[in-house]
Design a protein. Structure first.
Length: 94
């Protein structure tokens, strides 16, 4: 799936919620499943891992979130500290 189609498929409310959590907790990092279950579950009764994966993919492609993976471990995500201003502007505009 190309970047434009992924961006269209990503749910904007999930994308904003992920960014808000990273902004509130600058040192935060977590796996896809952790973000879907622990971060987002607090604000919504049910959210699928696929929806979160689409939003994370878009955020990584835009450079707002960094994806890291240690050998033999699940990947985890963290806010790009160099993009905090862009993230704040994105959140203010939505």
């Amino acid at each position: 799936m190309d970047e434009q189609r992924l961006a269209q498929a990503a749910r904007p409310e999930i994308t904003r919620e992920i960014l808000r959590n990273f902004m509130k907790n600058p040192g935060a990092k977590d796996t896809l499943e952790g973000i879907a279950r622990w971060w987002l579950e607090r604000n919504r009764v049910e959210r699928t891992v696929d929806e979160v994966a689409q939003s994370l993919h878009v955020l990584v492609a835009q450079g707002l979130i960094i994806r890291r993976q240690a050998r033999a471990a699940l990947p985890y995500y963290l806010a790009n500290p160099a993009k905090r201003r862009e993230i704040a502007e994105f959140l203010d505009g939505h």
